[in-house]
Design a protein around this ligand. Structure first.
Ligand SMILES: Cc1cc2nc3c(=O)[nH]c(=O)nc-3n(C[C@H](O)[C@H](O)[C@H](O)COP(=O)(O)OP(=O)(O)OC[C@H]3O[C@@H](n4cnc5c(N)ncnc54)[C@H](O)[C@@H]3O)c2cc1C
Length: 490
């Protein structure tokens, strides 16, 4: 077995690992990254993202030094997003199960840390196509607290990270899957990794786990979250199999966060290659459901599609679909609603889509129970509070008083043609991780750190449970990655 020696070893090459590597490299230390994927599939789930990054700010004027110029800025309103609002959103969607210290660290640091990345060469923009609807007068109002994203989405994020790493002399080994943590006198001193069937060792003063969650392991999903999770489709990288989490637990690391739940969304059920697809990445997600209805095979609704802004409900509705008969559902829209669906998702060539002139024909085309579908839509249409005007930029209170209710954006489904988009459950990432302290050192059950071992990104648990506010995965990776890298280097 050959042995490599470095100062700081970083496992993974996604957003969190990269932030750790950049931060550690600022100290002048020698940094080595091990990436399980081949070079052309490197970057973890971070590559699959839209680059959406939830950050605090004081409105558009305060973002001008961060985002790329855009001619639409003059007619755009971006409501400020405060630290308190960020913390409140985290608490709201996790039912208060977000770790208070981690929440404080995230919400206090993200605005500065994202500018740190910009200073290194990463590029950001306002996400018009995801987070604002153009109003009739040509103006834009951003909504939902999630406003900023990477230029060219996750692909741009990873491209820029690798460029910064290369320019600063960080070494990356590909096809290099860490399989075992090496321990010496109760400290972690490196890892054993497999590359092209051969085992090698790395010895390092500090080892940072940026190796993601366990969402790509069907065995671990079933073990921690329930057997139904075997049937979920992996949305992102197939390389996050939880090996390093299990290794850290073997050495006595404490678990943190919610190991029984995960981020999962509605995902195209009929697209031919709908698992870990590096070409279409996040575009198989189906996120315009707040405009329409979601029904199961019996034609029944099972969630409040308009409960809140999409960013605050989408990550928990994948599970609701998984629990339906056959783990399938359909998003239903009519002719006036169809032009409002996000073209980046609903117009991908090969998208699962059924179009029909009547609800009965739609039922026949999809296999949804005809009587159930017609009854559900009839009851829904009859229950809409039409005294409120429809406005997708705000929670408009246009309620459908049916069961379950639709709390906002209720529009009748009545004008043909009718559209149905088949969705199943796509698992994004798992919420359970390792317990860390304020320096991102991995802690044991007794609260003492495991010397030499740090964690960041999804490998670190504690922020999310049951649900998640969109854009906080990348944000957490930035903040805790930077902390882990700095700590590891010192
Ligand atoms: C389709 C999709 C869209 C998303 N969109 C967004 C979004 O717009 N905004 C947002 O905030 N979040 C989004 N997310 C969630 C986001 O991807 C994660 O929160 C974030 O990327 C996690 O970063 P990370 O660095 O911890 O993990 P990852 O980016 O997954 O990186 C983990 C790395 O570890 C490597 N690895 C794993 N095991 C090993 C091993 N044993 N040895 C060596 N390497 C290993 C992997 O190959 C990978 O390089 C999305 C996720 C998906 C799948």
């Amino acid at each position: 077995m050959s042995t490599i020696i470095t100062d700081v070893l970083v496992i993974g090459a996604g957003n969190a690992a990269m932030c750790a590597a950049h931060a550690a490299r600022e100290s002048g230390k020698k940094i080595l990254m091990l990436e399980a994927a081949p070079k052309e599939q490197a970057g973890g789930n971070s590559y699959f993202t839209a680059g959406a990054t939830r950050m605090t700010h004081e409105g558009l004027h305060s973002l001008k030094n961060l985002v790329e110029p855009d001619p639409r800025h003059d007619r755009t309103v971006v409501p400020p997003y405060t630290k308190e609002e960020y913390a409140a959103d985290l608490a709201k969607v996790t039912n208060g199960n977000n770790d208070p210290q981690m929440t404080e660290t995230l919400t206090s640091n993200i605005a500065e840390d994202i500018r740190w990345l910009k200073s290194k060469g990463l590029k950001y923009r306002l996400m018009y196509e995801r987070q604002a609807y153009e109003r009739p007068d040509g103006s834009y109002l951003f909504w939902g607290g999630l406003h900023v994203g990477n230029v060219d989405g996750g692909e741009g994020l990873i491209r820029d990270h690798f460029a910064v790493a290369e320019a600063s002399g960080i070494e990356v080994l590909y096809n290099a899957r860490a399989t075992r943590l090496i321990e010496s006198s109760d400290s972690v001193t490196g890892v054993v990794f497999d590359q092209d069937g051969e085992e090698h060792a790395v010895h390092a003063d500090a080892t940072v786990l940026g190796s993601g969650g366990f969402e790509a392991s069907k065995t671990m999903r079933a073990e921690h979250m329930g057997s139904e999770w075997e049937y979920a489709i992996t949305r992102g990288t197939p390389f996050n199999t939880g090996t390093m989490l299990e290794e850290a637990l073997r050495l006595g690391a404490a678990k943190a966060g919610d190991w029984t739940s995960c981020h999962a969304t509605q995902w195209d059920a009929e697209f031919e290659n709908n698992e870990s697809n590096f070409e279409v990445t996040n575009r198989l997600t189906r996120q315009s459901y707040p405009l329409g209805l979601i029904v199961n095979r019996n034609g029944q609704r099972f969630v409040d599609e308009g409960a809140d802004f999409r960013n605050l409900t989408y990550a928990k509705y994948g599970k609701e679909v998984l629990l339906q008969p056959g783990a399938i559902a359909w998003q239903v829209f009519d002719a006036p609603l169809r032009p409002m669906l996000r073209p980046q998702e609903y117009e991908v060539p090969g998208v699962g889509e059924h179009i029909a002139g009547s609800l009965a024909e739609l039922a026949e085309a999809t296999g949804i129970d005809k009587d159930g579908l017609i009854k559900t839509i009839q009851e829904f249409n009859d229950s809409i509070d039409t005294t409120k005007a429809f406005d997708p930029n705000v929670k408009d209170g246009r309620v459908a008083h049916t069961t379950p209710p639709k709390s906002n954006w209720a529009n009748s489904i009545s004008e043909p043609p009718f559209y149905a988009y088949p969705v199943t459950c796509g698992i994004t990432f798992t919420f359970g991780g390792l317990k860390g302290d304020e320096q991102s050192r991995v802690l044991k059950e007794d609260g003492t750190p495991i010397p030499g071992l740090f964690a960041c990104g999804e490998a670190l648990g504690g922020l999310f449970s049951g649900n998640y506010p969109g854009g906080s995965g990348l944000a957490a990776g930035i903040v805790f990655g930077r902390i882990a890298g700095r700590s590891a280097a010192s």
